[in-house]
Design a protein around this ligand. Structure first.
Ligand code: NAP
Length: 254
């Protein structure tokens, strides 16, 4: 029989670090994990940007805190992960969600647009996985969830940099799963489809309508759809899943 309290707060006593938590998908993930009982270290480019998320998390579970870092900066990420581990007494769940787009057709894409998108999306994820791997392996348990994109599976015109970075995140996820799963740490990716956030807000309405009409479930996804999948992988429900990419796209890629 399931203990109703533990199923309502399956992450009670755990610490989660969520990047890109100031808004959109990351904010929904941070709040969902806090509602499930986790103390959440909320990370964005600046502490001020993510204070509101930390406050919202604290209303569900005491002890959330805001942190600012550029995820592409290896030394700063190492220092942040050390600081969070010390202050929170460890990290049980790492969610690499911070990401950016700089869309342009391949022939017009600048080197800087390529480097920055890969630097934030792929190297930023690698920075956190590497920095957190040692404490997680030492603890002998833990969850790493990397937010990729369905575009990393299918490719997309105008997004060569972004698609490459997200395909890289999927490869990184599988490799890290092979290295860490023997020490009790699962590593998985979630590949969202077309989700309503700031990242997609500027897409012209006619293009949005066209895209939405190609989604079998007939609507854009919400940040909460991705947060629910993250909770599934972070909680006891995800215990026997590693190295996988869970596509959450309303059927867009089928
Ligand atoms: P969003 O609303 O644009 O939010 C992006 C988040 O990333 C913000 O919290 C931002 O922090 C943070 N961030 C950006 N660059 C950073 C850096 N260098 N260092 C630290 N934090 C940084 O994006 P979203 O739509 O919620 O997307 C979240 C993730 O889902 C991304 O990885 C994205 O690629 C992925 N995804 C989104 C969609 C979609 O349709 N929306 C689809 C597939 C995958 P600040 O507020 O401080 O700038």
């Amino acid at each position: 029989m399931t203990d109703s309290n533990s199923s309502a707060r399956p992450l009670e006593g755990q610490v989660a670090l969520v990047t890109g938590a100031s808004r959109g998908i990351g904010r929904a993930i941070a709040e969902t994990l806090a509602q499930a009982g986790a103390r959440v270290a909320c990370v964005a480019t600046s502490e001020a940007n993510v204070t509101a998320t930390a406050e919202a998390c604290s209303s569900h579970q005491d002890g959330a805190r805001a942190f600012g870092v550029d995820v592409s900066d290896t030394a700063s990420v190492e220092a942040l992960v050390k600081g969070v581990s010390k202050e929170f007494g460890g990290i049980d769940i790492l969610v690499n969600n911070a990401g950016i787009t700089r869309d342009q057709l391949l022939m017009r894409m600048s080197e800087d647009d390529f480097d920055r998108v890969v630097g934030v999306n792929l190297k930023g994820t690698w920075n956190f996985v590497k920095a957190a791997a040692r404490p997680l392996m030492k603890a002998g348990s833990g969850r790493i969830i990397n937010i990729a994109s369905v575009v990393g599976v299918t490719g997309n015109a105008g997004q060569a940099n972004y698609a490459a970075s997200k395909a890289g995140v999927i490869g990184l996820t599988k490799s890290a799963a092979k290295e860490l799963s023997g020490r009790g740490v699962t590593v998985n990716a979630i590949a969202p489809g077309f989700i309503a956030t700031d990242m997609t807000a500027d897409i012209p309405e006619n293009e949005k309508a066209k895209l939405t009409s190609s989604i079998p479930l007939g609507r854009m996804g919400s940040a909460d759809d991705i947060a629910a999948a993250t909770l599934f992988l972070a909680g006891p429900t995800g215990a026997y899943i590693t190295g996988q990419t869970l596509i959450v796209d309303g059927g867009l890629s089928i």
